[in-house]
Design a protein around this ligand. Structure first.
Ligand code: C5P
Length: 217
């Protein structure tokens, strides 16, 4: 029988990239499939949690049993997250663009013959993980990701402090993880570091959901 260990809990999950408009037809984005975030949303729902999944544009199928809020930009993602509060659990798996174009054009930019390429002025996007970690209605357990290629744990420990979240899932991406189906995770908490063996993204999601359920029990 399926465990209902997270019944009565509300989990907020972000997934996918954000798209930051340049003009109505062009955008800047991060590379992200949404596979890991969507798998986490599904795994939390499978343990009985009510799940709000805030996702940027992705090609992966909608996970079953979750409320899906589709967004494009980082600012829309933050607004959708804040609108979903209160939550018991927040897992921020989205690859949020750090910058947006300061003033996106309302009309398509024209390439006039002989004219120079446009110069884009960028503005800083909000950090959704850091904002939720310091929010007046902070979720009880806030979890972020760190994709690192070197000194993975060291960087994740620093990131956990900087962002103010409870856990960081440090993903060693020195291999070919991006867009692939397996992740190698080091779970960084206030108590230390757990090294997980390399496993498929669905297994990472299931193990994380179980770990969350044990912690909240
Ligand atoms: O700072 P960095 O992008 O490496 O941090 C990654 C973590 O922070 C991920 O959990 C990501 O979802 C989250 N993040 C965020 N908003 C941003 C940038 C990152 O929520 N603007």
């Amino acid at each position: 029988p399926a465990s209902r260990a997270l019944a009565g809990r509300h989990a907020l999950v972000t997934s996918g990239p954000t798209h930051e408009p340049i003009d109505p037809v062009r955008y800047i984005a991060n590379r992200s499939s949404g596979k890991q975030g969507h798998a986490i949303a599904a795994a939390l729902a499978a343990l009985g949690a009510r799940v709000t999944l805030v996702s940027g544009p992705v090609a992966v199928p909608d996970p079953p049993g979750v409320t899906l809020r589709r967004v494009e930009s980082a600012r829309e993602m933050l607004a959708a997250c804040e609108a979903a509060l209160p939550a018991d659990i927040a897992v921020m798996a989205a690859a949020v663009a750090d910058w947006r174009v300061a003033e996106a054009a309302t009309q398509k930019l024209k390439k006039a013959p002989g004219a120079d390429a446009p110069t884009l002025t960028m503005a800083l996007n909000p950090d959704i993980l850091a904002t939720l970690s310091r929010h007046a209605r902070r979720p009880g357990l806030v979890i972020g990701f760190a994709a690192e290629t070197e000194r993975v744990v060291e960087h994740a420990v620093a990131k956990r402090q900087r962002k103010g979240c409870d856990w960081i899932l440090a993903n060693d991406v020195s291999g070919d993880v991006m867009g692939g189906d397996a992740n190698r995770i080091h779970l960084v908490t206030a108590d230390g570091v757990e090294d997980w063996p390399e496993m498929p993204k669905a297994a990472v999601a299931a193990r994380l959901a179980e770990r969350i359920a044990t912690t909240l029990a």
